[in-house]
Structure formats: C-alpha cells, structure tokens
Design a protein around this ligand. Structure first.
Ligand code: ATP
Length: 435
C-alpha cells in the first residue's frame, strides 16, 4: 500500500473541522493546532480506544492522571534536566539554528550554500516557567516532557492503594510539552501533544519476555483499529541509538507520506527510574514479595505512544477515493470506534412532520453512540459529507417512517441500504458496531 497524500488529508481536516492551525485569525501560532468539532471527538476516541485495550480489558493495569507542572527535583532525578536535550548548531550565514543530526555536513538546509556552523550546544527541550508571584530559583517549575514520571513518582502510592503486584502496570493519557526545534509535518511533531503511556512493572527476570509481549500486542492494536499491516513496521534501535537507561527499544513506525515515522516506542527501562527516584527522594521504591520473602526493585517495560501522531496515521490510512454510481467520492474508512460519529440521523425533509421523530431517534441512539444530526441539503450531498468524515452509518427518516415505524440504514463502505424497525434500531446497531 503506497503512502497517502498529506495535503489531501490536511485539506479535509481543515474543510470539515477536524484540525485547524491554532490562532489562525492571527496567522497561526508556531506549529500548534486546535482540534475542531470532529477532530476533538476523534482524538478522544483514539485515547479511549487505547484506555479500553490497555486498562479496561485487563486486570493488571490501573489508570492515573498526574499533574502537568512538575518540581525540578522530579526532572533532576529522571535525568531530564541534564540529558533531555538536542545538540544545536547555528548557521553563521542565515543566522538560523538547526538540530545537528538534521543537517548534511556543511550544507545549510535554508540557504543551501556551503556555510559555517558553530559547534553544537545542548539545548534542553523542557519548557520552564515559575509558580507563584515571584520569579526566581525556588519558583522554577517545568511542564512535563512525558507523562511517564507521574507513574514512577506515584509507584509507592499506587502499590499501596491498588492491591496490585508485579507484573502490573500504571497507565496515563495526557498532555506533554517539548520545545521542539523543528516541529512540523502537520500534527506529527508539535510542541504540545498528548501521550498514552504505560509503565509496566515486572520481576527483573521477566523483563525480556514482557518486552516481547508488548511489542507484539501494541503492533496488533494499530492493525485492529484499521491500519493495514503493510503500512506498519517494528524497528529495533541499534545499540548506539539507545537511551542511557534502555536495555532495548523498538519503535512502531507508520509509513507517513514523507517516509517511515515513529508512532510509539517500547522500551526496557530496567530499574533505572525507580532507583533514581528512590535515591533522590530517599524513599523505598521497591516491592516486597511475601510469598518468597524477597524484596526487589521492579524492572519497567514502557510502551509510549502519541495520541496526535496516531490520529494522523489513522486518518491517512483511512483516506480513500472511489466511485459511487460513477460519481467520485472521498471516504474516510475509519474504524467505527475512532470515527467522530458512529451514526448520522438524517430526516429526509425539514418539514415539521418528520422532525419530532428524527429528533427522538437521535436522542435514543445518543444514549450509547455519538450521533450527528443533519437536516440541511439534498440527501445525496448529506451522504457524501458523512462518507467524508468517516461516519459508518446513516439513519434516514422519511415519510414512510411515520407509517411503517421503520427507517433506512445506509452503510458508509458499501453504500448498501436496508430498512429496519425503529424499536429494534438500538440492538441492530449494537450488533453491527459490536457494542
Ligand atoms: P521523536 O524521535 O519523533 O522525537 P521520541 O522518540 O522522542 O520521538 P518518545 O519520547 O518515545 O518520542 O515519546 C513517545 C511518543 O510520544 C512518540 O512515539 C510520539 O508518538 C509521541 N511524541 C513525542 N514527541 C512528540 C511531538 N513533539 N509531537 C507529537 N507527538 C510526540
């Protein structure tokens, strides 16, 4: 399967209200994006799909929601203050700054002529701010650059309160911030983004097998939610690529229009994080196994994914164009769980006679599913719009509905239509959608 065209998807996102450049009325703001009426629903669905698989459908993972603002001690212990940096060089010709690993020899990416670069300097990617009314040393706080530290600093709290024992995991979904030097490629790399991370704590001897398990099951998750296997690959990091704490890392990559790009990293973090925080906080961060009388610091396997990047991958994979009755159409073949709306309720006419019934059906289906309601335009154009935003089913309420208590269900992918009684509509969708 070839990579998809980015511009088509970016245009669709803008046109239909998935993603807008942030602060667009002021010319946009530094590679930031706002998620519109449809994009916010889809992003939420991506995160919910992750939580369903990683927390809801397991008995060994709990969810937390930790603070975004963090004390310097946390990031001192984690190594972010000293290590979380990119090497930067300045071009003395165009006066711009680049990541050292993104320039070829002495060719400046902007001016394209041979020019002089300064020596590399480490640039810390964390956003720094201050808490309280007085700026100064004691007031410095950081916006978290990953959600993971929230799981490590709460390890003892969760262990005490959740009655879990290794192997068990702590999961979190939330915003992270990195002062990226080269944000870009739409929502692939931004300075503010959402992560979906699991820290899975295991007995040290089981680390390799759990790493293997998480690599396989995370890859399968993307396939289950509709990305063709040939647009995905697992890439194991070479030894010289590994972070200082990692005993092995693999990236799940997607074939983006510009090439393979990381969706998720799965790392064996060993006992690095818990030991660092134990040392800096002088607290015991270990597990006492009563059955063996053994005390140990668990090893950690971390699958860390990005919600926004993943959403971009789902959109790109789902984008399709085909012909319906010789008419070209654009269709997003999104998994129903990821689509902004599962169902659209469409009264055939705006006449007062149809509206109350259509609204009643919308309210009924809305108890379980996110449903659009659209009474504008000709019905064919409304179907096209729903196809384009990925809605798997339309329910058309027509004048016959008033007589036969039935409606027409139209399927997005096949455009097939069938007539269904209103009183069995809920169970019909439960069967079709699987929930
Ligand atoms: P990259 O090499 O692309 O900078 P990374 O290896 O630094 O990513 P991790 O620290 O492993 O990323 O973070 C886990 C996940 O968080 C990534 O796989 C990605 O999906 C997401 N992520 C990281 N940085 C960004 C960003 N700037 N914008 C959007 N998503 C991001």
């Amino acid at each position: 399967m070839p990579a998809k065209d980015l511009d088509q998807v970016v245009n669709l996102c803008k046109r239909r209200g998935f993603v807008y450049p942030s602060g667009e009325i002021y010319g946009g703001f530094r590679s930031s994006y706002d998620y519109g009426p449809l994009g916010s629903l889809m992003l939420r669905n991506v995160k919910e799909a992750w939580v369903r698989t990683m927390v809801q459908q397991r008995d060994d993972v709990v969810l937390i929601d930790a603070a975004i603002l963090g004390a310097p001690q946390v990031f001192e212990a984690s190594g972010h203050l000293s290590n979380f940096s990119d090497p930067l060089v300045d071009c003395t010709v165009c006066k711009r700054r680049f990541r050292q690993d993104q320039i070829d020899d002495r060719d400046c990416p902007q001016s394209k002529k041979g020019c002089e670069f300064t020596d590399a300097r480490a640039f810390n990617l964390m956003f720094k701010t201050h808490a309280g009314p007085v700026e100064g040393e004691g007031a410095t706080v950081y916006l978290r650059p990953e959600t993971a530290q929230g799981m490590f600093v709460n390890f003892a709290n969760v262990l005490q309160t959740s009655r879990k024992k290794p192997p068990f995991g702590i999961a979190q979904v939330g915003k992270s911030f990195r002062n990226e030097i080269t944000p870009g490629n739409f929502i692939f790399r931004t300075r503010e983004f959402e992560q979906m991370e699991l820290e899975f704590f295991v007995p040290p001897s089981e680390s390799a097998q759990w790493y293997d398990y998480w690599c396989k099951s995370r890859l399968q998750w993307y396939i289950d939610y509709g990305i063709p296997a040939e647009m995905l690959r697992i890439r194991e990091h070479a030894k010289d690529e590994l972070s200082h704490y990692s005993a092995g890392t693999s990236d799940i990559e997607f074939l983006f229009p510009w090439g393979w790009g990381e969706l998720e990293g799965i790392a064996q973090r060993t006992d690095y994080d818990l030991k660092q925080h134990a040392e800096h906080s002088r607290q015991k961060l270990e597990y006492f196994d009563q059955s063996t009388n053994e005390r140990y610091v668990p090893y950690v396997v971390e699958p860390a994914a990005g919600a926004n990047r993943t959403m971009a991958a789902f959109l790109l994979a789902a984008y399709d164009e085909d012909l319906v009755n010789d008419e070209p159409r654009t269709v997003l073949r999104l998994h129903p769980r990821l689509a902004p709306f599962q169902i659209a309720v469409l009264p055939l006419s705006k006449k007062d006679t149809l509206m109350p019934l259509a609204k009643k059906i919308h309210a009924m289906l809305g108890m379980r599913y996110m449903c659009d309601f659209d009474e504008t335009q000709a019905i064919g154009r409304r179907y096209r719009r729903q196809d384009e935003i990925g809605t798997p089913y339309c329910v058309t309420v027509d004048f016959d509905s008033l007589e036969d208590d039935s409606v027409t269900i139209r399927e997005r992918d096949t455009t097939a239509q069938s007539r269904v009684k209103i009183d069995v509509l809920m169970s019909e969708f439960s069967q079709r959608l699987g929930y």
